[in-house]
Design a protein around this ligand. Sequence first.
Ligand code: NAD
Length: 494
Amino acid sequence: MNPNITQQICVAGEWRLGGGDKYATLYPATGEPVAYLNAASVADVNEAIERADHAFRTSGWAQRKPHERAAVLNKVAQLIRERGEELAQMQRLDNGKPITETRNLVASAAATFQFFAAACETLEETITPARGDNLTMSVYEPMGVVAAITPWNSPIASEAQKMAPALAAGNAVVVKPAEVTPLAALELARICIEAGVPAGLISVLPGKGSVIGDAITLHPLVKRVSFTGGTSTGKHIAHIAADKMMPVSLELGGKSPTIVFEDADLDHAVAGVLYGIFSSSGESCIAGSRLFVAHRIYDSFMERLAAGAAALRVGDPADEKTQLGPLITARHRDSIESYVALGVAEGGRIRVGGMRPQGAAFDKGNYYLPTIIEGVKNDWRICQEEIFGPVLVAMPFSDEDDLIRQANDSVYALAAGIWTQDYKKAWRYARAVQAGNVWINTYKQFSISTPFGGWRDSGLGREKGRLGILQYMEQKSVYWGMNHMPLPWAQGAK
Ligand code: NAD
């Protein structure tokens, strides 16, 4: 990536400088510019959507046989893999995640295109039971122009998760990446076009969400928005969608409970809790950020957990040994610091972390140490609000019925973790906890073939899974008259 070259944006397959303000994206580890680009303007948005709609109607993509579209998507997967290291390094610069994580995200993006190629090729339309002299069928149609709005925390994977099913379904897709992490989406667009997706179907429009995101969501030719991001933005989009009567899927925030029972395999539980909250520096919607530990093992468990947190390697994202890189922006770190201060002001005690790492290597980056806060109550703000950083709140529990009440006492319901060796207890709690995703004796594991999404303020709708493609299609019922006689109404016309 040459920071001296201003990046172009993609307006319905045309590469050009955006019409909006010029800005730099910064490497979170050093604060140095990674790329300069001109944001999209509202005029770019309108042009991209109108041209995408034209391409949707004229390019023949939606009319290609499913196996033909699938072949192109498989080619996208292949190109992502061939450029895997380049994409992983680019993403590391873009959002400061450790290189080991960005390699996984790139692999996941390739797997997502491959999976939705298969979903496209094997999607079945159904004949439904007849209740008259008709052949009744249920079929699916692409929607037209769909929008994918993504956050900064896992760019290439989030974008692939929306672009792949949208294209597999036959649509045009307009991507609005987070302002601070536009590079992976731009590269993914180049790859899609190179693989054979008609260029007019692809747009990537970086810029401010309140301007570019709104212009996209409000546009009458945009038939669906798939959004991943914060809950307040999600609710704003849902209001616009209600006015347009437009389907949306919303993957939003979380404050996910993790429960460690007395009979848990503690080696697994310590490692899983650490990974659940501190991987991705806690900048993860599914971070296991609210910990409940059985009171009989609380002290010994917390001792091990605190020692484990203190030993995590925070540092240079380019170093393969690094476990936590810097946070996305200095502003975001400020917000995390004010949450830690709030937790202390509410009466919490910092068990470990609670500060920036010291030393010259950390001076220029947005680093923050893995932090555990104890002595808190579940109804405090520190336990109820999403911090989106490396901060874990921990509480002992003794009453197992009250535990489930506390675990579910949150506006969020995205994920939950359960650590126990008693399979009946695991099942009981997995069913009782309110969350879109439950991990038992593991955490933050993903499968593209398993649907993902949240309840309540954590979102609406599901992504992934074989049926994830249907989110980007309209369902249509077809009745074929099979009666050799006219309907009785025609009798008088003889
Ligand atoms: P955000 O809501 O500020 O931004 C997300 C995206 O929406 C960005 O591209 C942004 O520019 C855009 N946007 C902002 N205002 C908009 C508007 N008015 N109209 C349309 N688009 C607009 O979120 P963020 O700070 O980028 O990301 C962090 C949040 O994302 C966290 O709350 C996190 O939990 C959530 N998240 C959820 C999931 C999930 O799958 N549930 C995954 C990752 C992140």
